[in-house]
Design a protein around this ligand. Structure first.
Ligand SMILES: Cc1ncc(COP(=O)(O)O)c(C=O)c1O
Length: 393
């Protein structure tokens, strides 16, 4: 039989989805596994959003194709929200709606990256960036972080080559919850502009920040040349508990958005019409459900952060400010448990403590674990108790 394409062979499966599958397999065999591996809110989509979607279905409003870049009211709603919350002016045709932020990123790499081009990925980084760059024929270049898990212009400068075309900045960051300050983003942005690089700013967790006003300042607030080089990626998945609806969007310079739309016209045609109506409802409706979900995430973070930081062999650079993940350094825990790889530790935690977490390798930073707190507080406390017993055994 013929071989699969080199592209297909080079792609690694998503580690976060793999861990969840292993957890589900164990659960199916009767083991009570707590899954802290998955990156999605545990809340239902707020009722008014669902009601608007149902109404649109019943009124036959979502039966046909839509414009590739999304329905105009939704594109306008994204622009309006940027104006209201960030004081940033963009037009609706600078907004392209996609089937999840994941597809916005995938399609952007298709549009911006030539074969052999390099994209800088400050580690730790979200699992899909590197694979998506490879699928575009590019080369992901990991940049090691500082102790605070943030990257600096000096570190990026050490990794740049004549083939570098873009840098991905993700704040709040998955997997660590680290949030860059506007001054830090400004310095990184100025550096990228100096080198004429595209800045892909993944701001999908921008509303999920717990001890400062939200949304945190977008890369688009930095103005001038930085904005000309920036494409922001965002979506409704995390903020509105809408991961299954699959709506994300990109905001950027008009020529890029035109090219992105052309590429998408051959990929999906358009994001699901009913999901676009739901996303419009989310962005324009009451934001109270978001405030409630956020309060709940904060309460969980406050409850488990000190417990996790106190586990033998677990170290945290500080309390994460956003998203819903903790990313402890577990190198000492690995030594205590005689594990040579983080994967071994993850397997033992799953088999012996019945808690599913993700190894840092998937995020370009071995020796760490990603622990999601998008689970109710009681379950989290049970999981922490299991981890404590595991480490003490
Ligand atoms: C950092 C980051 N970016 C993008 C995405 C993609 O989100 P979606 O495709 O659900 O909009 C995720 C989802 O896990 C993420 O964590």
């Amino acid at each position: 039989m013929r071989q699969l394409s080199q592209r297909a062979q080079a792609v690694r499966p998503s580690a976060t989805l793999q861990v969840s599958q292993r957890a589900r397999d164990l659960q199916a065999s009767g083991v009570d596994v707590i899954n802290l591996g998955l990156g999605q809110p545990d809340f239902p989509t707020p009722a008014p959003i669902k009601a608007d979607a149902i109404r649109a279905i019943e009124a036959n409003q979502v039966d046909g194709y839509t414009a590739t870049a999304g329905i105009l009211p939704l594109r306008q709603a994204v622009a309006d929200r940027l104006a209201q919350t960030q004081n940033v002016q963009v037009t609706a045709d600078q907004v392209v709606v996609t089937t999840g932020a994941k597809l916005a990123l995938y399609a952007l790499f298709q549009v911006l990256v030539n074969p052999g081009d390099e994209v800088l990925l400050p580690a730790p980084y979200w699992v899909s960036y590197a694979e998506q760059v490879k699928l575009a024929g590019g080369r992901p270049v990991e940049v090691a972080p500082t102790a605070t898990l943030k990257v600096t212009p000096e570190q990026l400068a050490a990794a740049i080559t004549p083939r570098t075309v873009a840098v991905v900045l993700n704040s709040p960051q998955n997997p660590s919850g680290v949030v860059y300050t506007p001054a830090e983003l400004q310095a990184l942005g100025e550096w990228a502009v100096q080198h004429d690089l595209w800045i892909i700013a993944d701001e999908i967790y921008g509303e999920l920040v717990y001890d400062q006003p939200t949304p945190i300042p977008s890369m688009l607030t930095l103005g001038g040349a930085i904005v000309d080089h920036t494409i922001v990626v965002n979506g409704v998945s995390k903020t509105y508990a809408m991961t299954g609806w699959r709506i994300g969007y990109a905001v950027g310079p008009q020529p890029i958005m035109t090219s992105l739309t052309q590429a998408l016209s051959h990929m999906t045609g358009n994001p699901a019409a009913v999901s676009q109506v739901a996303a419009l409802s989310a962005l324009t409706g009451s934001q109270n459900p978001v405030a409630l979900m956020k309060a709940s995430f904060k309460e969980r973070l406050d409850a488990i952060y000190p417990l996790l930081a106190a586990l033998p062999g677990f170290r945290l650079p500080g309390k994460p400010a956003g998203a819903f993940y903790l990313f402890p350094d577990v190198q000492e825990a690995m030594a205590l448990k005689q594990c040579t790889t983080t994967d071994q530790l993850v397997n033992r935690i799953l088999e012996e403590a019945h808690v599913a977490v993700v190894a840092g390798e998937a995020f370009g930073l071995p020796g760490h674990l990603r622990i999601s707190y998008a689970t109710d507080k009681a379950t989290l406390l049970t999981a922490l108790d299991r981890l404590k017993k595991f480490m003490q055994a």
